[in-house]
Design a protein around this ligand. Structure first.
Ligand code: KG4
Ligand code: ZN
Length: 321
């Protein structure tokens, strides 16, 4: 079954076709309009999705070499409600016109399951670290739909910490890739930033950006590669510490990682060095994409799921809670 997946929850307009042999096409348009504002402007995101959805979806079908898929999946949340609504409505209209099944997909579940699209894929059960702009959550995923939250951030998400820190360093938006690039030339031990630990398997990142601000105010240097590398090392230490503890606690030795921050090169290389079986999609499938939505939709359709034309946008939709 070839499934078209449509993603529009934030500032990426994305579509992809996933079939029995894997990803047949994967088209992502990143909206440039937000850079001037230092962050995503929800109304502009929704308008830009409406402008691009047609061409992005058509490109995904053309690259896959098909005229119409056997089913359509779309992100229904979590995300910016106006942005989610554009792709969701577009996808439902197409499914209705083509007279094929439609399935609403949770964006976080898309990230969580995205390691299963790769070869080798983790067997169930596996731990999944989802690190994005809005979420930082560690799941024990036991089977399709059975996800237990082991830990999550009590304040900022890891991606949010990257973006806010980049802004105070004058590096623009999105900040994660900018810090990733600058950190390459820096010394990760140059500044001893804190490794906050709120207990259990949770994270706290909001104090880290304050520590960076205090350091920059006293040292007077903003976009120093050493500051970027030291900040990045603190985030990576915190993320990997909870992964190690979760493996110890659950005994599950297979660990997957996904979400925009999983595109970070330092995090990827240190994650791969963990003494467990680790699974990380390529960088382009860690940030938002349509393939993870098509894939999650495909798995749910195969398990018998399907939604009506009244499937609603759910901006706060969580998984495993
Ligand atoms: O998953 P994603 O594309 O969208 C959400 O669902 O939020 O994640 C976006 C987040 C942003 O905060 C961005 O700064 C961060 O992922 N990000 C990175 C890198 N690439 C994207 N953070 C660190 N290093 C990167 N290379
Ligand atoms: Zn995402």
């Amino acid at each position: 079954m070839n499934v078209l997946g449509v993603e529009s929850s934030c500032d990426e307009t994305a579509a992809s076709v996933v079939g029995p042999s894997g990803v047949l096409s994967d088209v992502v348009h990143s909206q440039g309009v937000h850079a001037a504002y230092g962050g995503v402007v929800p109304e502009l995101a929704a308008r830009a999705h409406v402008e691009k959805l047609g061409v992005v979806v058509q490109a995904a079908l053309d690259q896959a070499g098909i005229e119409r898929p056997d089913a359509v999946a779309a992100t229904a949340g979590p995300g910016l409600v106006g942005a989610v609504l554009t792709g969701l409505s577009w996808a439902k209209s197409l499914a209705f016109a083509w007279n094929v099944p439609f399935v609403a997909v949770n964006h976080l579940e898309g990230h969580l399951l995205s390691a299963l699209l790769e070869d080798p894929a983790p067997a169930w059960p596996f731990l999944a670290l989802v690190v994005s702009g809005g979420h930082t959550t560690l799941y024990a995923s036991r089977s399709l739909g059975a996800y237990e939250v082991l830990g999550q951030t009590v304040d900022d998400a890891a991606g949010e910490a990257f973006d806010k820190t980049a802004r105070l360093l004058g590096l623009g938006y999105p900040g994660g890739p900018a810090i990733d690039r600058l950190a390459e030339a820096g010394d990760p031990t140059a500044v001893a930033f804190p490794r906050p630990d709120p207990g259990r398997l949770d994270w706290s990142f909001s104090g880290l950006k304050t520590a960076v601000r205090n350091h920059v105010n006293s040292a007077g240097r903003a976009s120093d590669p050493d500051v970027c590398a030291s900040f990045q090392a603190a985030v990576v230490d915190c993320l990997l510490d909870r992964v190690r503890r979760a493996v110890q606690r659950t005994g599950i030795q297979r660990v997957a990682m996904a979400g925009g921050v999983a595109a970070n090169r330092e995090l990827r290389s240190r994650f791969a060095e963990l003494p467990f079986d680790t699974y990380v999609p390529p960088r382009s499938r860690c940030t938002d994409n349509g393939a993870m939505i098509a894939h999650a939709g495909r798995l749910h359709l195969a398990a018998g799921a399907g939604h009506g034309w009244d499937a609603a946008a759910q901006p706060g939709w969580q998984v495993g809670e």
